[in-house]
Design a protein around this ligand. Sequence first.
Ligand SMILES: Nc1ncnc2c1ncn2[C@@H]1O[C@H](COP(=O)(O)OP(=O)(O)OP(=O)(O)O)[C@@H](O)[C@H]1O
Ligand SMILES: [Mg+2]
Length: 245
Amino acid sequence: MAAEEPLVALRGIRFGYPGAAPILEGLDFALGGGERVGILAPNGSGKTTLLLLIMGLLRPQAGEIRIFGEPRRAEADFLEVRRRIGLVFQDPEDQLFCPTVLEDVAFGPLNLGKSRAEAAAVARRTLAALGLEGFEGRIGFKLSGGEKRLVALAAVLAMEPEALLLDEPENGLDARTRLRLVEVLERLPIPQAIVSHDIDLLTALCDRLLTLEAGTIRDVDGEALHRHLHVHRLGDRPHRHGLPG
Ligand SMILES: Nc1ncnc2c1ncn2[C@@H]1O[C@H](COP(=O)(O)OP(=O)(O)OP(=O)(O)O)[C@@H](O)[C@H]1O
Ligand SMILES: [Mg+2]
């Protein structure tokens, strides 16, 4: 891999779900070593779709995906990607399927070839790092929404990924837990792409901020996105100010 090539590089991607018009068209995206990139865009704009394309869980109809310096086209190309890049799904239910929390978090490391003892040790360590000591024996489906989200994150982190894709990781977390999430992500020395509707979280964590518009990615860094109160309607939502006309 050339020194300057990003870890993840998508070029000219077109993707539409079967029987529907493309939702991504001419999309370019890059995630470089060590950077945290935030993606803030409306519901239905294609954020989750983009993360699924990077993991090879969907295939583009046009364009090129290069990851770790190699073109990724066929299923076999993506097996390595899924081993080395972690995706925290938007819905933790998609990620958790074992009876207990410890089994769920140990599942990935076991799959990567670690022994039972090693997998359990890394799972316990990861749970502790997320403030989830004592959760090991809990029944997965009985956890609260926020607890499930943290366990899903633990399950991905326990695989010690080289890069992390997070799909609305803060969703449903209380303020204190969100702060813990920010601290955990800040300490992780791996590139991260974070999809979120929480501007404060993204600005706290990210080096670059992107949005999805009309199927392509646009840089919104120069626009100084921030949350503040207005005297006009809908002033507490992200929006642009400009001169009329
Ligand atoms: N499996 C599917 N089959 C058909 N259409 C789909 C499928 N999954 C998503 N879509 C559609 O594709 C578009 C993009 O969906 P996607 O889930 O990527 O959006 P998103 O930006 O992640 O939205 P949100 O912020 O609500 O999570 C939406 O219009 C959605 O209805
Ligand atoms: Mg989504």
